[in-house]
Ligand binder design. Structure first.
Ligand SMILES: Nc1nc2c(ncn2[C@@H]2O[C@H](COP(=O)(O)OP(=O)(O)O)[C@@H](O)[C@H]2O)c(=O)[nH]1
Ligand SMILES: [Mg+2]
Length: 235
């Protein structure tokens, strides 16, 4: 009895969250904004990754920083000239769609571009809550060990793109890339995996290009809407 009631409540929350996430996604798509939900354990390089990608972006970046407390990353990114907004959850282990809806309603999105949402650092709760993203980006690192796909399957299963960061440290570690990739492929057959280093900057140009392609596809969809008759045959 007790168990059954607990599950019902959880499902109710998820339904409501998904419903709002859908609205957030529509609203931002209308503005030509590609939404990237960035997920990963504390210290894997989520903020470093945003900084490195934006260096190569031709479209405008926007950032929402999710942290339990503090706005250190937000100060840092704003100082670099990137429009960044802070959400503090004061204890909650993930961002949810209502929080993102509230924040994005207060942003003007003057130009199309890419909105990076740095989720709370952990591999469990953020994987369970969609927040209106087009792209779920998982940051993993060689310093975490090669067994993470086996231990946190949901995050790896849901990822649309996986960034394997800190490859500059490979010579000092016993990271087993073959074992890591075997675990990834068992969960997510086609997900692109980019090897990068926030220290040397290598690999991020390719990630930026991948995202820009996704952002351009959004614009095509919008265009589609306006000139439906022109493009029907391409569907
Ligand atoms: N050696 C090395 N250090 C990195 C790399 N990327 C990030 N770091 C460092 O890892 C720490 C955490 O990075 P940060 O971006 O703040 O991680 P976040 O908590 O996921 O946002 C910082 O001290 C970074 O300088 C990398 O590719 N190589
Ligand atoms: Mg950070």
């Amino acid at each position: 009895m007790h168990d059954i009631r607990r599950i019902d409540v959880q499902e109710g929350i998820l339904d409501e969250n998904d419903h709002i996430a859908h609205h957030v996604n529509e609203h931002l798509t209308d503005h030509g904004i590609l939404v990237v939900n960035e997920m990963g354990a504390p210290g894997v390089g989520k903020t470093t990754t945003i900084k490195n990608i934006t260096r190569h972006l031709k479209v405008r970046p926007y950032v929402i920083e999710g942290d339990i407390e503090s706005d250190l990353d937000t100060q840092d990114l704003n100082a670099m000239g990137i429009e960044t907004h802070q959400i503090n959850t004061y204890g909650a282990c993930h961002l949810d769609a209502p929080l993102i809806q509230h924040q994005t309603e207060h942003m003007s999105f003057d130009e199309p571009g890419i909105l990076f949402i740095e989720n709370i650092g952990n591999l469990v709760c953020p994987a369970e809550f969609t927040i209106g993203e087009h792209v779920m980006m998982l940051i993993s690192t060689v310093t975490e060990g090669s067994d993470k796909p086996y231990k946190y399957p949901l995050a790896f299963e849901k990822a649309d793109i996986i960034i394997l960061n800190k490859v500059d440290l490979i010579p000092y570690l016993d990271f087993d890339e073959e074992f890591f990739m075997k675990g990834v492929r068992a969960l997510n057959k086609d997900v692109p995996v980019f090897k990068v280093s926030g220290r040397t900057g290598e690999g991020f140009e390719e990630v930026a290009a991948w995202l820009e392609e996704k952002a351009a596809a959004l614009e095509v969809k919008e265009h589609h809407h306006d000139h439906d008759h022109d493009h029907h045959s391409h569907d």
